[in-house]
Design a protein around this ligand. Structure first.
Ligand SMILES: C[S@@+](CC[C@H](N)C(=O)[O-])C[C@H]1O[C@@H](n2cnc3c(N)ncnc32)[C@H](O)[C@@H]1O
Length: 270
């Protein structure tokens, strides 16, 4: 994960006050508001919790984010271990929670013990998929589960949309190659798309606000405005380019947001 991604996540958490760093599951009738996003994120957390296999007592939360899901699993009496390469998340976790924390990328993880279930809630996209399955195999006990909820790129995806997320076809092939059997799959694409619509609405408001401000300043201080524009032009262009990623119709036609529950077949982790 790049420093930039980390800043984006901190923005969601520290500026927008979101307890979770995932898309969330919206209801069809929900209006685009931050409080509905918070509800959607809690609905998503419940969705994952309801699907934890009953045999999963020892769980590794891979990419814990704000640790909201970890807290929830700890409150259920599960033996939860946590992994994240991020410094802020590590400090937040170790200052507030008492559970084993591994400060590393999953692909570099050398497990000293085996887990019943690995939970990757929107973290699988950051882990190169061949290494994801290789490390998952080393980390799971016999018949252990790998729970993934994330977006994937379809074969027809082009341009900016194709840049983030694993290719779904290749991901499926790699899972089979490594002995992971798909036990449950749910397509949640339509239910998460409103998070992009909300992001787009907020970005539109911010850009319009900046436009109004610069319009006034341009008239009063034309020289200063030109200088500021030169300084921030790249950031401004990047912000506009990244708005493409918030196009929910493009997202729906080029990506799939999936819940996947795999089980490692018995012979595969020997
Ligand atoms: C979008 S956040 C999701 C956080 C949390 N699981 C949630 O659902 O709110 C992505 C998480 O993946 C973590 N991450 C990024 N690269 C990773 C890697 N190579 N291995 C493990 N975790 C990674 C980030 O630090 C962050 O905690």
């Amino acid at each position: 994960m790049s420093r930039e991604d980390d800043r984006v996540l901190r923005f969601y958490n520290e500026v927008l006050g979101l307890d979770h760093l995932h898309y969330g599951l919206w209801n069809e009738e929900d209006e685009l508001t931050l409080s509905n996003l918070k509800e959607a994120q809690l609905r998503y957390e419940n969705f994952l919790i309801d699907r934890l296999p009953p045999s999963a007592q020892k769980v590794l939360d891979v990419g814990c984010g704000t640790s909201a899901m970890t807290r929830r699993m700890l409150s259920m009496g599960l033996d939860v271990h946590v992994l994240s390469p991020d410094e802020t998340q590590k400090n937040n976790f170790t200052e507030n929670l008492d559970a084993p924390f591994y400060h590393c990328r999953f692909e570099d993880f050398e497990p000293g013990e085996r887990f019943d279930c690995l939970v990757m809630s929107e973290s699988a996209q950051y882990i190169p998929y061949a290494q994801l399955f290789a490390t998952a195999k080393k980390s799971l006990s016999t018949g252990g589960f790998l729970m993934i909820c994330d977006y994937f790129v379809l074969d027809n995806a082009r341009g900016t949309m194709a840049l983030s997320g694993h290719n779904l076809t290749k991901f499926r092939i790699e899972s089979k190659k490594n002995g992971f059997k798909l036990m449950e799959e749910r397509d949640l694409t339509d239910r998460v798309a409103k998070t992009l619509d909300l992001g787009n609405l907020l970005a539109h408001r911010i850009l319009t606000g900046l436009d109004i401000l610069t319009d006034k300043t341009r008239k009063k201080h034309p020289f200063l405005t030109r200088m500021a524009f030169r300084l921030f032009r790249k950031k401004w262009e990047k912000l506009n380019r990244e708005r493409e990623l918030l196009d929910s119709e493009q997202f729906k036609s080029q990506k799939r947001y999936l819940f996947l529950l795999f089980q490692l077949s018995e012979a595969s982790n020997a």
